[in-house]
Design a protein around this ligand. Structure first.
Ligand SMILES: O=C(O)CCC(=O)C(=O)O
Length: 285
């Protein structure tokens, strides 16, 4: 595999993790070698054809205002190249940095913005899967750029600082007007805190396409957007090694890890004191 995560400088990765935590996003250039980015782009168009042959919708989905966005849902079923992206070591490393060790792949899709594509509605990915208030990062989107992405060809637009928004009512009234474009070269990875409010940009170019893949991860106690048991062909599920089965949430057990430590450890001094105080209060009543 022509993969180069090892070549991304450790200092660049450390800086990116700090930016992700503090600013809610980061761009890491040069993660995919140019030929791999180009190969994935060709794979993506093959996936579009495959879906259209099967009669599955790729344009004019309810998320988009017109037919100039080409969407590929359920990407992992369209080839190993996309499964490799989902479990790319640097993607998992960045997700771990924000979410901690226990997370699932929630969704993996592509959006190719063709000339004439317009912006979708402003949203935060975490708000789609978890009700407010959004107090902690519980999801993260790792975005792969297969083209040079610039404001004019529809770069994703984000509201600076909006990963701190806990309630929708805290969003600035003119949030859309405050958005800025994520610009990045082909082969870059953009990482976005699930709480960051954003939208697709309009592609106002004559002839540039903007192809991006969105690998969306969420903590283990949040139900993934895709029910992979139903979405992935059984043969593909069977071919997955244990680490991939875990990442896709395909194992028989789920959602017991978060509180497991409560059963395994003795109550802390603080907890024992708090219980004692509460017992005394009840006794005094
Ligand atoms: O295509 C983009 O730039 C953003 C897409 C997006 O936010 C979404 O599909 O939820």
């Amino acid at each position: 595999m022509n993969d180069v995560p090892e070549k991304v400088d450790a200092e660049v990765i450390a800086r990116a993790k700090r930016a992700l935590r503090d600013e809610g996003w980061c761009v890491i250039p040069g993660v995919l070698a140019p030929d791999r980015a180009a190969g994935l782009r060709a794979d993506l168009w093959r996936a579009v054809e495959e879906r259209e042959r099967c009669g599955l919708p790729t344009r004019g989905l309810p998320t988009d205002p017109n037919e100039h966005n080409v969407r590929v849902l359920n990407l992992p079923e369209h080839g190993q190249a996309f499964v490799d992206l989902v479990e790319h070591p640097l993607a998992l490393d960045m997700a771990t940095a924000l979410l901690g060790g226990e997370f699932l792949i929630s969704n993996a899709t592509a959006n190719i913005a063709l000339p004439g594509a317009l912006s979708m509605t402003l949203h935060a990915d975490q708000a789609i899967v978890v009700p407010e208030p959004w107090l902690d990062p519980w999801s993260v989107n790792v975005i792969w750029c297969f083209d040079d992405v610039r404001e004019a060809n529809g770069a994703t637009r984000y509201v600076p600082g909006s990963h701190k928004v806990r309630w929708r009512s805290e969003l600035p009234v003119d949030a859309l007007g405050l958005t800025r474009a994520f610009e990045a070269e082909a082969g870059s990875m953009i990482v976005m805190d699930g709480r960051l409010w954003h939208t697709s940009g309009a592609n106002v170019t004559e002839n540039e396409e903007r192809a991006m893949v969105f690998c969306y991860y969420s903590v283990g106690f949040v139900r993934p957007q895709v029910n992979w048991n139903a979405a992935l062909p059984p043969g593909l599920q069977d071919s997955f090694p244990p680490r991939l089965r875990r990442l896709f949430g395909l194992d028989t057990s789920g959602n017991h890890k978060r509180g497991a430590h409560l059963m395994l450890r003795r109550p802390t001094m603080h907890e024992r004191r708090a219980w004692k105080v509460r017992q005394e209060l009840v006794a005094d009543k």
